[in-house]
Design a protein around this ligand. Structure first.
Ligand SMILES: Cc1cc2nc3c(=O)[nH]c(=O)nc-3n(C[C@H](O)[C@H](O)[C@H](O)COP(=O)(O)OP(=O)(O)OC[C@H]3O[C@@H](n4cnc5c(N)ncnc54)[C@H](O)[C@@H]3O)c2cc1C
Length: 397
C-alpha cells in the first residue's frame, strides 16, 4: 500500500487512498452528492412534499449502483461508476460520500436499496426481474420490513404471520420503523409460517394492495427516510412471492438474509461516518481551527478506514461477524460526539442558527438503531472472536 494525502490533508495508508479507481469513484460520487445537500433542508422541513428531483444525477447514481450491470444503461451516473462491480467496498465508498452530502435525502431516494440486496441474494431469476422492472421507472421507492413494535433487536421473535389460505398465503401483523413503507411501491416483508426461526420467510410485496395500510411516523431525525408503520390484515401472498424457494431451508428467509446484513451494517457505519465528516466540515467553515477538531477528525478518519477495511474483508469472506460490527460500532456514535463538540465550540444557540448542522444533530441518533444497536454489535463482535480458530480467521457460520 502507498502513503498518500487524504482529502483532509493527513497522510494515510488507506485501502482506498492507494487505489486509483476507488479514489476516482470517491471523488465522482462526492461531486454528485452535492445535490443531496442542496435538497436536504427542504426534505427535512416537509418530507411529505419535498423530494430529490427524479431526473437528478444523484437519483440516477443511487439507482444504478444497486442495479444489476445489464440494466445500468449509460448516464452520467454510470460514468462515475466506471468499472463498478458492486463489491461491498465500492458500496461503502459511495454510501459514505452520499451520506456526506446528506443521509436523510439518501435514505429517501427511489431505487432498490436494502430490499434490492435481499431480492438479489434470495430471489429467483424471475423474482429479481420482477423487482428490478418495478423500480426501473426511477421513481419507485422500496421497503424492507423486519422490525415490529415489540421486536427490533431480536428478529427471530417477530410475530407477523404468513398464514396458509386457499390459493396461497395471507399476511397478518404490524411492522414499525420501516423506511419508505408508506410510499414504497415494492419491498420485502419478513413473516413466519410457524414457531421455528427457520419458518421465517421473506416475502416480495407489491403495493397498492388490499390488506395493507401504512402511515408515515413523524420522526425527529432522518426525516427523509419516511419511517413508517404498516398493518397487514390478510394481505394476499401468492406462492411465487416467497423468496428463496429454490434454496435449502437453512438459507431462506432470515438465515439467508443474515449474510446481506454484514454488508448493510457497514453501509450504516459509513453513513454515520459521512454525516460526522459533513458536520466537521461545516464547523470548520464556521469556526476554523476550533480546539479539539483535529482529534475528532482523526477519530472519524480512523472509523472511515475501519469501514473500508471491513468492507474489503466482507468481499473476501461474506460471513465475518466481527469486522462489520466493529465498523458499525466505531462509526455510529461519531455524529453524536461531533454534534456535542460543535455545540461546545460554536457556543449556545449556534446550532439552531445553522439549519444543516441543526438537522445533522437530530439525524445523529438514528445511526445507533439502524441495522442493530451498539449493544447488538458488541454481541456480534464477541461472537466473532469466539468463532476465531487458531489462525485467527473466523469460521464461517
Ligand atoms: C433511521 C432508522 C431507520 C430504520 N429503518 C428500518 C427499516 O427500513 N426496516 C426495518 O425493519 N427496521 C428499520 N429500523 C428499525 C431498527 O432496525 C430497530 O430500531 C433496531 O433493530 C432496534 O430495535 P428496537 O428499536 O425495537 O430496540 P430494542 O430491540 O427494543 O432495543 C432497545 C434497547 O435494548 C438493548 N438491547 C436489546 N436486546 C439486547 C440484548 N440482547 N443485549 C443487550 N442489550 C439489548 C438495545 O441495544 C437498545 O439499547 C430503522 C430504525 C431507524 C432509527
Amino acid at each position: 500500500m502507498t502513503a498518500t494525502a487524504t482529502d483532509s490533508g493527513t497522510t494515510a495508508y488507506g485501502v482506498v487512498d492507494g487505489d486509483d479507481r476507488l479514489r476516482a469513484l470517491r471523488a465522482g460520487v462526492a461531486e454528485v452528492a452535492r445535490e443531496l445537500r442542496e435538497h436536504a433542508p427542504a426534505i427535512d422541513a416537509d418530507p411529505e412534499r419535498a423530494s430529490l428531483p427524479y431526473d437528478s444525477a444523484a437519483v440516477a447514481l443511487i439507482r444504478a449502483a444497486a442495479e444489476p450491470p445489464e440494466r445500468r444503461g449509460t448516464t452520467h451516473a454510470t460514468g462515475v461508476l466506471a468499472g463498478w462491480r458492486g463489491t461491498c467496498l465500492e458500496r461503502v465508498v459511495a454510501t459514505l460520500e452520499l451520506a456526506r452530502g446528506d443521509a436523510g435525502a439518501l435514505l429517501g431516494a427511489p431505487g432498490p436499496a436494502l430490499a434490492g440486496i435481499v431480492v438479489d441474494a434470495l430471489g429467483s431469476a424471475a423474482q429479481r426481474d420482477f423487482f428490478h422492472d418495478r423500480v426501473a421507472d426511477g421513481r419507485t421507492r422500496t421497503f424492507f420490513a423486519m422490525t415490529e413494535p415489540a421486536h427490533g433487536s431480536d428478529a427471530t421473535a417477530l410475530e407477523t404471520r404468513l398464514e396458509r389460505v386457499p390459493g396461497g398465503y395471507a399476511l397478518f401483523g404490524r411492522k414499525r420503523y420501516i423506511g419508505n413503507a408508506a410510499r414504497g411501491g415494492v419491498g420485502v416483508v419478513f413473516a413466519r409460517t410457524g414457531a421455528s426461526p427457520l419458518s421465517i420467510r421473506a416475502v416480495l410485496v407489491e403495493r397498492p394492495a388490499a390488506g395493507w395500510t401504512a402511515r408515515r411516523l413523524d420522526t425527529l431525525g432522518l426525516r427523509g427516510a419516511w419511517l413508517s408503520e404498516i398493518d397487514f390484515d390478510g394481505l394476499p401472498v401468492a406462492e411465487e412471492q416467497l423468496l428463496g424457494a429454490h434454496l435449502p431451508a437453512s438459507r431462506r428467509g432470515l438465515w439467508g438474509a443474515v449474510r446481506t446484513f454484514n454488508n448493510v451494517r457497514i453501509q450504516v457505519g459509513a453513513m454515520a461516518v459521512g454525516t460526522a465528516l459533513a458536520m466537521l466540515d461545516r464547523v470548520d467553515e464556521l469556526a476554523p481551527g476550533a480546539p479539539g477538531g483535529q482529534v475528532l477528525r482523526a477519530r472519524v478518519e480512523a472509523a472511515r478506514e475501519l469501514a473500508y477495511r471491513a468492507a474489503a474483508e466482507v468481499d473476501r469472506n461474506p460471513d465475518p461477524r466481527a469486522a462489520p460490527a466493529v465498523a458499525k460500532l466505531a462509526g455510529s456514535g461519531l455524529p453524536v460526539a461531533v454534534g456535542q463538540w460543535a455545540a461546545r465550540v460554536l457556543g449556545p444557540g449556534a446550532l439552531l442558527t445553522d439549519p444543516l448542522l441543526e438537522k445533522w444533530v437530530r439525524d445523529a441518533r438514528g445511526f445507533e438503531f439502524m441495522e442493530g444497536t451498539s449493544n447488538m454489535q458488541r454481541l456480534h463482535i464477541a461472537d466473532g472472536h469466539l468463532r476465531r480458530g487458531p489462525h485467527r480467521a473466523e469460521r464461517p457460520s
